[in-house]
Design a protein around this ligand. Structure first.
Ligand code: SAM
Length: 265
């Protein structure tokens, strides 16, 4: 958004709006659709990557509730779409608490409209780069108890080495907490990688929050202070897949997103 635009008038695409378009959500604007379609023309797999990301998030939240986690901090939460974190968490653990955080003010407004009447979930505006600020405002959560920290497809919006930042979050959480994240990763296949670079350029030229792919090793480094839970850092589609899931060898989209969950010991 430019400084003079209100959320509903904005003419500059946002990361949250483009992602919402890919997920068939209800909160994107024409400028978001335009960028999403342009990127999809170059890279028809973009929508599938968004879907795989969301599916991982839902499976990871369910899995963490099964391990006894009753509170989640979801940073870079995006617009609410069907199967939000609090819906999944509360389906499997009644009373589970969820604090959503996003940098995009429109996302925060829409989330709080949806959450009106849900005492166990709220959304605040915050920047993932400021862990101390976010944690200081996390009154909804009890930081003396384990937390499920979700950094799902938000770190690609930060350049440089993000491992010190992740460490700052983990330093404030108690043992038994979990870190779950996904990250777009550089494809091994040269053909896919070239198309991926085109998309990165198209997207970054038009969306203020630029996206950065990271090599698998760099993503693994983010879990250095945790114990990775099986199956470790894998393609997001391979992390606790639904029963009967068979990877499609011709699916190029699933090569672009890795995910993992680590336990703080
Ligand atoms: C691709 S969406 C991911 C949404 C959700 N985590 C999911 O996986 O379904 C990325 C979100 O991160 C938010 N974001 C980007 N940079 C951020 C920052 N510095 N701090 C907090 N949120 C940020 C965007 O506004 C957007 O809503």
């Amino acid at each position: 958004m430019t400084p003079h635009e209100t959320p509903n008038q904005r003419t500059t695409a946002t990361a949250a709006g483009v992602y919402d378009w890919y997920l068939n959500g209800h909160h994107h604007l024409p400028c978001d659709a335009e960028v999403a379609i342009a990127a999809q023309k170059l890279f028809p797999l973009a929508g599938r990557v968004a879907r795989y990301n969301r599916d991982f998030l839902q499976r990871a939240v369910r899995w963490m509730t099964e391990q006894g986690i009753r509170q989640f901090l979801d940073i870079g939460s995006g617009y609410p779409v069907a199967g939000n974190v609090h819906e999944i968490a509360q389906r499997y653990a009644r009373g589970a608490r969820v604090l959503y955080v996003d940098l995009d003010p429109d996302t925060v407004t829409v989330s709080n409209q949806l959450l009106a009447g849900s005492p166990d979930a709220a959304c605040v505006r915050g920047d993932v780069r400021e862990p101390e600020d976010i944690l200081a405002r996390a009154e909804l959560l009890d930081l003396t108890k384990p937390v499920g920290l979700l950094l799902v497809s938000v770190l690609p919006f930060l350049p440089g080495d993000v491992s010190p930042l992740v460490r700052r979050y983990l330093a404030r959480l108690v043992p038994g907490s979990y870190l779950a994240l996904t990250h777009v990763t550089t494809a091994d296949d040269e053909r896919i990688r070239r198309r991926q670079e085109d998309v990165e350029q198209t997207y970054n030229a038009r969306v203020r929050q630029n996206v950065h792919f990271r090599a698998r090793d760099e993503v693994a480094e983010l879990f250095a202070d945790t114990e990775l839970v099986p199956p470790g850092l894998v393609l997001a589609t391979d992390w606790h897949p639904p029963r009967g899931y068979r990877p499609d060898p011709d699916d190029e989209a699933n090569q672009l997103l890795v995910g993992a969950v680590g336990r703080l010991t």
